[in-house]
Design a protein around this ligand. Structure first.
Ligand code: SAH
Length: 214
């Protein structure tokens, strides 16, 4: 089956993202631009723009387009910001953040996924991205502080290193849940030394596995 990526993206943005109430012009522009079909394996390309997550190997998934857009809108990314992303996975979310003009530092713990994302993102010309293979629950202390932190895997609590590595002012979007595969999406803000937390909805992410998680 052949897909027309540009038309598929336009439909995805209208029917899955705008129809559910997201309206940030910067997020919509990035979702229109990043070639999602290039972040899934060949056999799944025809499904790349459908309204659900897809397997990317190693038991992991690329998030549903709406969830990527929603979390990105909540993150409130501005050009030039330093963003820490945990869970590079396919590299799709990384590309969306890079497309918005952020400098992205992304950590992945599975070597195969890290390597594939590295090859993909550099062949697509995303220069404002640095990738690291490590336990992302430690954050990336040498590159901190971060204006924004985005976590795309779910653990039972907010890893303490993220609070330390968040800039002031700074903002984090993270799924947290004591049951696996079911988390509350939280927006955490640091301002003038104070931490504010808000729960914004329910999500279903793969496990965040590491020292400060499962
Ligand atoms: N943002 C990704 C979705 C990734 S799924 C995308 O757009 O494709 C979650 C990813 O988090 C998986 O690839 C998983 O291996 C990774 N992960 C889980 N625990 C991690 C940890 N402690 N550090 C870094 N990555 C982790």
């Amino acid at each position: 089956m052949e897909i027309d990526p540009r038309r598929s993206r336009e439909r995805m943005v209208r029917e899955q993202i705008m129809a559910r109430g997201l309206s940030s012009p910067a997020v919509l522009a990035a979702m229109r631009k990043v070639p999602r079909h290039q972040f899934v394996e060949q056999a799944l390309k025809p499904q790349a723009y459908e309204d659900h997550p897809l397997p990317i190997g190693q038991g992991q998934t690329i998030s549903q387009p709406y969830v990527v857009a929603w979390m990105t809108e909540l993150l409130d990314v501005k050009p030039g910001m330093k963003v820490l992303e945990i869970g590079t996975g396919s590299g799709y979310q990384t590309a969306v953040l890079a497309e918005m003009g952020a400098t992205v530092f992304s950590v992945e713990r599975v070597p195969e996924l890290h390597q594939l994302a590295r090859t993909r993102l550099s062949s697509m010309g995303y220069g404002n991205v640095q990738l690291k293979l490590d336990d992302g629950t430690l954050g990336w202390p040498e590159k901190s502080p971060f204006d924004r932190i985005l976590v795309t895997a779910g653990g039972p609590k907010v890893p303490e290193p993220y609070i330390d590595q968040l800039a002031d002012p700074g903002q984090m979007v993270i799924p947290v849940g004591v049951e696996r595969r079911s988390q509350m999406l939280m927006v955490i803000r640091k301002q003038e030394g104070k931490i504010g937390r808000k729960t914004v909805g329910q999500v279903m992410f793969v496990d965040l596995v590491g020292r400060h998680a499962w």
